[in-house]
Design a protein. Structure first.
Length: 135
């Protein structure tokens, strides 16, 4: 996560330098097009930075030592249709020889699983997920 933050920061700094360089140029329409493209790239990088910082903040709130009977942020959920880690949406993770799909509380699956207990059934589209275990 810190590597991603550093990469985005370096990209923003580099684009600022390029933008300053473009400001000193006076090539007319080509100059304006270059500046506009740099601004778009800067906006994109700023969004990525914001999203990454939000993800980092969510991950810092997870207390893996706290066990709960209900699904909460940081829970490992085993279902008959697959396993989930309620955290941030980053895809599959391998934990103790099992694959868990890291999903956020804002995702459709995450919203439905949040607060459920072992034995609960969650329906997503035409698929039913039976909660077998919560850690």
């Amino acid at each position: 996560m810190n590597d991603k933050l550093e990469t985005i920061g370096t990209f923003i700094t580099s684009n600022r330098a390029s933008l300053d360089q473009e400001s000193k140029s006076s090539a007319g329409d080509k100059h304006e097009t270059g500046r506009a493209m740099l601004h778009l790239e800067m906006e994109k990088a700023a969004r990525q930075l914001s999203e990454t910082l939000k993800m980092k903040e969510i991950l810092q709130k997870i207390d893996l030592g706290q066990v709960s009977e209900k699904v909460k942020l940081g829970s490992l959920i085993e279902t008959d249709q697959g396993n989930f880690f309620l955290s941030v949406s980053i895809g599959p993770l391998k934990i103790e020889d099992k694959t868990y799909f890291a999903v956020s509380t804002d995702s459709p699956v995450g919203r439905l699983l949040l607060g459920k207990e072992t034995g609960a059934c969650v329906e997503i589209g035409s698929r039913k997920f039976n909660v077998l275990n919560i850690q």
